[in-house]
Design a protein around this ligand. Sequence first.
Ligand code: KG4
Ligand code: ZN
Length: 338
Amino acid sequence: KENIYILGIESSCDDTSAAVLCNDSILSNVVASQKIHEEYGGVVPELASRAHQSNIVPVVDQALEKAGISKKQLQAIAFTRGPGLMGSLLVGTSFAKSLAYGLDIPLIDVNHMQGHILAHFIEEDGYTKPPFPFLAMTISGGHTQIVKVNNYFDMEVIGETIDDAVGEAYDKSGKILGLGYPAGPQIDQLAQKGNPKAYKFTKPKVEGLNFSFSGLKTAILYFVQRETKANPDFVKDNLADICASIQYTIIGILMDKLKLAVKETGITHIAIGGGVSANSGIRIALKNAEQKFGWITYIPKFEYTTDNAAMIAIVGYLKYLEKDFSDFDVMATARLKI
Ligand code: KG4
Ligand code: ZN
């Protein structure tokens, strides 16, 4: 059987990434994270697209070099069409088109959210792939979705955030507490040393499987302002307890919705993805749910959960098998739906 080599390109937000796949195995997955946004406390779109512009060629060259193959061996170029920041998407889209055009090979457009989900199908020693149908929860700085995955390209979004993403809730809460960006990993670290029931934040009331996180951020802001008036050192004195309480609330929100999704669909295979799946609280909660409710949970390697091109390349490979290629007039689409 012929080996199929696919180059994947991801540039939807603030990571420039390129990966080379041989069939469903990763040969390389290079990610250039943009540090520039840290000093602004969040991603600045204009700066992101500029950084993609300067990173893309070296990142692609590195991915090919690490994979040990030349451009001429590639059978197709897969790229992120959307959703994401338009200025960022345009860089990857234009680059992918030019390269595929120059090499005279197929171009394959990929939905970033499908990438997060289909990352579970990258071949890895010791990793069991989820069986269809399964539920996928994608949780990151840009997304919060629960998707019913019937097959590779038969997916249904059954719940999503109506305002902030869960990672944003972490990052914005961290900003209120004076932590640097991104604050998610720091809150997670601090939470492990605190009492999760020290402070109570009410969970938002959102119908069905949708999420809302903007109210929580406001509740935390008012809480901190009130307590700081009484004790200027309140945050410093109680940081671990505050973080543990925030984490407890957020994980509670995620788990409540997952439980409801399982109840509504009868599906107990749960796959998670996105940067927040690194969170220790969600990992423990999922392990407990395996024991308690008999769920079977799937968490891919960290490298494949945050934004990366390997997940774009695997979708490219699956589409390649179907000969599902793009026209060269395909456009980057900021609000692309699954
Ligand atoms: O997937 P990702 O790298 O980029 C996108 O947003 O697409 O996710 C980054 C987000 C940030 O909001 C960051 O604070 C959050 O994931 N994050 C975490 C943890 N590690 C990363 N949030 C909570 N706990 C963590 N351990
Ligand atoms: Zn993402």
